[in-house]
Design a protein around this ligand. Structure first.
Ligand SMILES: Nc1ncnc2c1ncn2[C@@H]1O[C@H](COP(=O)(O)OP(=O)(O)OP(=O)(O)O)[C@@H](O)[C@H]1O
Ligand SMILES: [Mg+2]
Length: 403
């Protein structure tokens, strides 16, 4: 399988005079500034203080700096960005200029080459991501929806698996069979294969991985590619590149929905993934305790940063149903509603703490299918129906050729 480049595919052309960042690093070019010797590392350190507008990540680690030249005390910096947002280069120019001035470098030459995303950026996306039309595995996917959380262990994968199955069931009743995909992006503990009863290795078709399928849901997971017993040791940049490549090289075919189970947390890997995939929206899973509100907010912030709409909050493990028909609020109550109110979105549903949910996950038969009459299954079904209604009325985020 040939994996294609990640999201920020940067043109090199008009930065040739500056040389690549690799050739800059470590190479000392003496020059004088306030009678001190500076080299490119010094300048890169300064540039590392400049974040990409709206992000907590700096332009150097984003790989946007393509060249640094120091000539007789005169500093030239070259950047290449891929964005449809005209304000980005202006903001970058001002921030870099300020950072250099603060460090004593006045009148630095800053050149920023701007490339438009290769396919029209979806209106809801920030435009940072670029898609290669020839290799765009998502071109026939109507709605990509991320399932995220601010922290791990809240039932995100359980939610993603059951939601995908509930969507597949609902769509099948409309004659739309095989129109749901599930992408498990958790590289550390991919649990989706177990939860949806799949194992083995996916086939490879040319440049693409062919998703495996169960319960009418097409599934791709790192769990199919990495041996269970092999410890997965990744370094930061490696994680991002791998997830980006992995997530964009799957032959999904024609889908109405692709549910993406994001890795837990809100770090760089998640952020970069959110930029890679043109998302129609995101659902944040949370637990009912009030303390979880700030965690949910953190999860949601990641999407607002890149203009991905929040479709709602799903509260999991909301209560335990007692034999007498009551509800025991083991983990507190109100967190989901408060988070939804806070984030100006809706509470999509409250899923009870149900041992059959866990059993279903362990057995590979999601509760939506094993106990369709259960309250849990009906909440998932209701969320799936509302999601179908919600996005059906809105324009598709992706290639309009998807039918
Ligand atoms: N509503 C529920 N009732 C009972 N058990 C549940 C419920 N939701 C999730 N679980 C169980 O809780 C555990 C954690 O769930 P899950 O793996 O889906 O969480 P996660 O947020 O994806 O975790 P991670 O951050 O590790 O990816 C699993 O054993 C799952 O079966
Ligand atoms: Mg998970």
């Amino acid at each position: 399988m040939r994996l294609r480049h990640g999201v920020v595919e940067l043109p090199q052309n008009d930065l040739r005079r500056s040389g690549s960042i690799d050739s800059c690093l470590g190479k000392t070019v003496p020059c004088s500034n306030r009678n001190t010797k500076v080299d490119q590392d010094t300048i890169l350190k300064i540039l590392k203080k400049v974040n990409y507008p709206g992000f907590s990540r700096d332009i150097v680690s984003f790989g946007l700096v393509k060249g640094v030249e120091i000539n007789e005390g005169h500093v030239s910096v070259g950047l290449a960005v891929t964005t449809a947002d005209k304000s980005i280069p202006e903001k970058l120019h001002a921030a870099i200029d300020q950072a250099l001035k603060d460090a004593g470098f006045i009148n630095a030459a800053i050149s920023i080459s701007v490339a438009a995303p290769k396919t029209p950026a979806p209106s809801i996306a920030s435009g940072v991501a670029a898609h290669d039309p020839e290799h765009d595995a998502l071109r026939e996917v109507k709605h990509v929806i991320a399932v995220a959380s601010g922290k791990g262990g809240v039932g995100k994968s359980t939610f993603a698996v059951n939601l995908a199955c509930a969507l597949a069931k609902s769509l099948a009743t409309q004659g739309r069979v095989g129109r749901v995909g599930l992408l498990d992006c958790d590289i550390y503990g991919p649990s989706v294969p177990l939860m949806i009863g799949l194992q083995g290795r996916p086939e490879v078709d040319g440049d693409f991985l062919v998703p495996m399928e169960n319960f009418g849901v097409k599934v791709m997971s790192m769990g199919f590619l990495v041996d269970e017993d092999t410890p997965v040791i990744w370094r930061g940049p490696m994680i991002m590149k791998t997830i980006q490549q992995f997530s964009t090289n799957v032959a999904w075919g024609n889908l109405d929905f692709l549910i993406v189970d994001l890795p837990p947390g809100t770090g760089d890997a998640q952020l970069s993934l959110v930029q890679t995939i043109p998302l129609r929206g995101a659902i944040v899973v949370t637990t009912p305790q009030r303390a979880a509100v700030s965690v949910a907010r953190r999860g949601a912030m990641m999407f607002t940063k890149v203009n991905v709409p929040l479709l709602g909050i799903a509260e999991n493990m909301s209560y335990l149903a007692t034999p007498s028909g009551g509800r025991e609020n083991i983990f507190g109550e109100g967190g989901g509603a408060e988070a939804a109110h806070d984030l100006n979105t809706e509470l999509l549903g409250q899923l009870p703490l149900d041992p059959r949910v866990r059993e279903g996950g362990d057995r590979g038969i999601p509760i939506v299918l094993s106990h369709p009459e259960s309250i849990s299954a009906s909440v998932f079904t209701d969320i799936a129906r509302r999601l179908i209604e919600k996005v059906a009325s809105a324009p598709t985020a992706l290639n309009s050729s998807a039918t």
